[in-house]
Design a protein around this ligand. Structure first.
Ligand SMILES: [Zn+2]
Ligand SMILES: [Zn+2]
Length: 348
């Protein structure tokens, strides 16, 4: 009898579960075995934001002018010259020696083209719409002009606050699975270069919209000059380069290539060194790991390659890998993979 009760006991949860599971639940679980549903909410937020901006004519902002501004930051002549110089520097003093046309470089070139063409208008649309919604729903966040502060001080303030917001959004990308699914593409690069800065999912920009808040709050004090945005973008690109460079004592304050490579390393925690330009945020929150001889040449990428990468097959198939990487966030969840893409069981 007791054996029978025990064996019934094993089946009880299943027996109880059966009548409760409605057709709706079943179809939902069938759906979630085919796709990762939460990823669609990011796509939905992007769609709603763009629709609001479109319907409101971008709140009176000049879409074309903003687009030109972003293009200047992304692929303007100064940016291209900076990127080209960095590509030469990383050939001269590399952290890891690689062929000049390594697979990862070619794949990231595709992302560079994708950013300059399709992603740039999306980022402009998202940014203008977000600023519009923020100004309309929370008009009090726009502060009046500070007569007592020189403009240069305001710009420094905006940049430091923007960098802090980038750090926070980046942390969220590592801690919230829904966002990690979009961010893991950036971490999947095994041949890092300056162009890896462009290896991002187009929808990841939704998570970085909060970075606009300091600029919106202080807009009465003047907009941030495009030149400085180019410098910031160039700086963030450079920290992805394959250059063996740690900035000496300045590497304690500014993010160097050797510092950021630790964030991309294959082995060990990747939710450290989240800073974009400044290391102070990582230091404040005990997430700073400074480079050593061992970390400089560390391999990068994701353990177990949860996302298709151009390095895995005999033939790289760049375009089909690109498509697989872009639909990657929507693929069903692999239960054996933890939030940072590492296999769930091994020590980290
Ligand atoms: Zn990251
Ligand atoms: Zn990175």
């Amino acid at each position: 009898m007791s054996t029978e009760t025990e064996s019934l006991g094993y089946f009880l949860p299943y027996a109880l579960a059966l009548p409760e599971s409605s057709g709706k639940d079943e179809s939902r679980s069938q759906l979630s075995s085919r796709v990762y549903l939460p990823a669609f909410s990011i796509a939905a937020v992007a769609t709603v934001l763009v629709a609001i901006g479109w319907a409101s004519r971008w709140g009176g902002s000049n879409f074309a002018a903003s687009m030109t501004g972003l293009r200047v930051v992304l692929v303007g002549p100064v940016t291209i010259a900076i990127l080209a110089a960095f590509l030469v520097v990383e050939r001269l003093h590399p952290a890891q020696r690689r062929p000049i046309f390594a697979r990862g470089y070619r794949q990231d070139l595709l992302y560079t083209i994708l950013n300059a063409t399709i992603v740039a208008p999306l980022v402009v649309a998202l940014s203008l719409s977000f600023a519009l919604v923020a100004r309309r729903t929370l008009p009090w966040i726009v502060l009046p002009r500070f007569g007592f502060l020189p403009r240069s001080a305001v710009i420094v303030l905006i940049f430091v606050a923007m960098d802090g917001c980038n750090w926070l959004a980046h942390l969220m990308n590592h801690r919230v699975r829904m966002f990690w699914r979009f961010h893991e593409l950036h971490h999947s690069q095994e041949d890092m270069s300056v162009l890896t800065v462009f290896r991002t999912h187009p929808l990841i920009h939704v998570s970085y919209l909060m970075t606009l808040v300091p600029g919106i709050v202080l807009i009465a004090n003047g907009a941030v000059p495009t030149t400085l945005l180019v410098a910031y973008a160039g700086f963030v690109a450079f920290e992805h380069s394959n250059t063996n460079l740690g900035f000496g004592p300045l590497g304690r304050i500014f993010v160097s290539p050797n510092y950021h490579r630790i964030h991309h390393r294959l082995e060990g925690r990747q939710d450290v060194n989240l800073g974009f330009a400044l290391t102070i945020w990582d230091q404040l929150f005990h997430r700073a790991v400074f480079p050593t001889k061992e970390t400089i040449r560390a391999d990068t990428g994701l353990p177990g390659r949860p996302l298709r990468v151009e390095q895995e097959a005999e033939v790289p198939r760049h375009l089909s890998v690109l498509v697989a990487q872009l639909i990657g966030p929507f693929r069903p969840l692999d239960r054996d993979t933890d939030i940072t893409g590492s296999p769930a069981t091994p020590s980290r």
